[in-house]
Design a protein around this ligand. Structure first.
Ligand code: PLP
Length: 415
């Protein structure tokens, strides 16, 4: 990990920012909450909560169906979120931004609509050992149906992808490569731009799982040079049930619809139905309209703070938390990549992760314990579970201190 702060963050007023997040002020088991489970889901600022509330109070109607005023307002809020998302990830065109319920749906859309029709026995999908199950299981399901296989590129003990191995594994039978931008367990940032370049040289499409990247760093999908980029709203301040699949136009044009129903058709006839153009072709049924009103507000919130300030503060917190954790005897950190986001997985010798998390909860500290939907990564490290502290820009050094004090207390109880 780069141990130098990115830039001074003196003007980052974290206490002012925290006042935007009402939940951070609550207590848990009589203790002030320390919320370090941000990689699981982020907390929501008032601006997002109010956008959702305002939608239901003032604008609630279905999208793209009604010609009345409310219908137009609801459609505007939904389509406005698409515009903001397109700008946020530099999509090139709003038409290339498919609104989904989250990364999992985005991945499954690619699996069933893009991969399955193309795969044949002997083909392969290449992923990595550090992936979330959402970037493994959909590929296994379509591989099982088509006679293809799923291969996983290795990582090293520091939790970095062995990039040369990944490139070696980009053999002609690989029809799709899938890699996470940032690991949800290790915080590792993968060199997706280099990976995309090598995939392009070999004519292999690349899907990037951006779930854990967007909360921490600006993303430019065109500059990355990938073919597909998936993201989930609830990890980036927005409501649950919101997400995106961005894809290159040529792929969206070629992909058949996955879900059928209302909204995604041009004309329905029993002698042959025709479909809407992308992205609507992939958006059957009534979407999470209020949720996407919240997405718009979440993007505005990120932009009001600016990623350079967010990144500097989070990096400072990551360095501080890592140093403080290293003071604890018997503590092992999983994931020491040169470039990482503020996610720290660890174990303390002699203590079970779940016992620790349960006792930490009694101290008001919310961390995740378990396999983090990354069984193959746990198998790689030979452990059933880890504890994971995942930080956000609204966390503080004082919370890190409270977390470390709670860990020391809990460790004593369990030893
Ligand atoms: N990919 C990564 C790296 C994740 O961390 C997660 C969620 O934890 C997902 C995919 C799945 O996201 P969702 O459950 O929002 O679809």
């Amino acid at each position: 990990m780069n141990a130098k702060p990115l830039q001074p963050s003196a003007d980052f007023d974290v206490q002012r920012i925290r006042r935007d997040f009402p939940l951070l002020a609550r207590t848990v088991h009589g203790k002030p909450l320390v919320y370090f489970d941000n990689a699981n889901t982020s907390q929501k600022p008032l601006q997002v909560i109010e956008a959702v509330d305002n939608h239901y109070r003032e604008h609630n109607a279905n999208v793209a169906r009604a010609v009345h005023q409310l219908g137009e307002e609801a459609t505007a809020a939904y389509e406005n979120a698409r515009d903001k998302l397109a700008t946020f990830i530099n999509a090139g065109s709003r038409e290339d931004v498919v609104l989904t319920s989250g990364t999992t749906q985005s991945m499954n859309l690619v699996a069933y609509s893009y991969a399955l029709p193309r795969l044949k026995p002997g083909d392969a999908i290449l992923t990595t050992v550090m992936e979330h199950h959402a970037n493994i299981v959909p590929w296994q399901l379509v591989a099982a149906r088509s006679g293809a296989t799923v291969k996983a590129a290795p990582i090293d003990q520091r939790g970095e992808l062995i990039v040369e191995k990944f490139f070696d594994m980009l053999t002609p039978e690989v029809k799709l490569a899938c890699v996470t931008h940032v690991s949800n367990v290790l915080g590792t940032v993968n060199p997706v731009r280099d990976i995309a370049r090598e995939c392009r040289r070999r004519g292999i499409p690349l899907l990037v799982d951006g779930s854990q990247a967007l909360p921490h760093r600006p993303v430019d999908v065109q500059a990355l040079g990938c073919d597909f980029y998936a993201l989930t709203g609830h990890k980036m301040l927005a409501p649950t049930g919101t997400g995106v699949l961005w894809a290159k136009r040529e792929h969206l044009q070629a992909m058949p619809p996955f879900f059928g129903g209302g909204e995604m058709i041009r004309e329905v006839r029993f002698d042959g139905t025709t479909f809407a153009e992308p992205p609507h072709k992939f958006e059957a049924g009534t979407p999470n309209i209020a949720g996407f009103a919240g997405v718009g507000a979440a993007i505005d919130y990120y932009q009001s703070l600016g990623f350079s300030a967010i990144r500097a503060w989070e990096h400072e917190l990551l360095i501080y938390a890592t140093e403080r954790l290293r003071e604890i005897p018997g503590l092992r950190i999983f994931g020491e990549a040169a470039e990482k986001e503020p996610v720290i997985s660890f174990l303390i010798e002699g203590a079970q992760a779940t016992d620790m998390a349960t006792l930490l909860d009694l101290e008001g500290v919310a961390v995740r314990s378990g396999h983090h939907c990354a069984h193959p990564l746990m198998q790689f490290y030979g452990v059933p579970a880890t504890l994971r502290a995942s930080l956000a820009f609204y966390n503080t050094r004082e919370e890190v201190d409270a977390f470390v004090a709670a860990l020391l207390k809990v460790r004593k109880l369990l030893m």
